[in-house]
Design a protein around this ligand. Structure first.
Ligand code: GRF
Length: 218
């Protein structure tokens, strides 16, 4: 199967990028990262990409008078790299329609909560403060809303009595690193079909049907 060409957009440390690089290098992903782009020149993600020999580009959003102009510049870079799929991994910019319409159904995001619970920012803290017993992470296609697009894959993690924001974030992040490469591989295998709000997976693996209960019953 020919590999799809992906770009990863990140504003921060880039641990999700790293997991995708490692899966790709291990030959477990039918995807080649052709570009890592950031709105921050000092993002750790750009450094990780450089170390892996991946092309990078930094476009400072502050140089543009509005969101659309920044997005046009980003889209031009992605088009030039002939990208099939755009992967947002801690990219701290909202996308305008200019961006979304340039890559219809071809932009994914990862979010550190079980959507639709807790969209937005600081969501690990919000899940703790709410008193939720479970949280997790979600990979979804990006639409015009804030963390609202069709859901591809989710992982659930328990929230422990003695958790703080840091410990919960770490538990969720571990699962992020597992599910994002999986979502990309499903796309690469052309097994995702968006039907309204739902993403249908062709030839799905048998789902886990064990219930999770926290605190446990015994
Ligand atoms: C992750 O928690 C991701 O879910 C959120 O931003 C964070 C990015 O982390 N969207 P990293 O830069 O991939 O380490």
């Amino acid at each position: 199967m020919p590999k799809i060409r992906i770009a990863v957009l990140a504003s921060g440390r880039g641990s999700n990028l790293q997991s995708i690089i490692e899966e790709s290098q291990a030959g477990r992903l039918d995807a080649e990262i052709v570009l890592v782009a950031s709105n921050k020149a000092d993002a750790g993600a750009l450094e990780r990409a450089g170390e892996a020999g991946i092309a990078t580009c930094a476009i400072d959003h502050r140089q543009f008078k509005n969101r659309e102009d920044f997005d046009r510049e980003m889209v031009a870079a992605l088009r030039e790299a002939r990208v099939d799929l755009v992967i947002l991994a801690g990219f701290m910019r909202l996308l305008s329609n200019v961006f979304i319409e340039a890559f219809p159904h071809r932009i994914m995001n990862i979010h550190p909560s079980l959507l639709p619970a807790f969209p937005g920012l600081d969501v690990q803290r919000k899940a703790l403060e709410y008193g939720a017993r479970f949280s997790g992470c979600t990979v979804h296609f990006v639409d015009g809303g804030l963390d609202t697009g069709p859901i591809i894959i989710q992982a659930v993690v328990p929230i422990h009595e003695d958790d703080n924001e840091e410990s919960l974030s770490a538990r969720i992040l571990e699962q992020e690193h597992r599910i994002y490469p999986r979502a990309i591989q499903l796309f690469a295998e052309d097994r995702l079909r968006i039907e309204g709000r739902r993403v249908r997976i062709l030839n799905p693996d048998r789902p886990e049907d064990r219930a999770l209960i926290n605190p446990p019953l015994s």
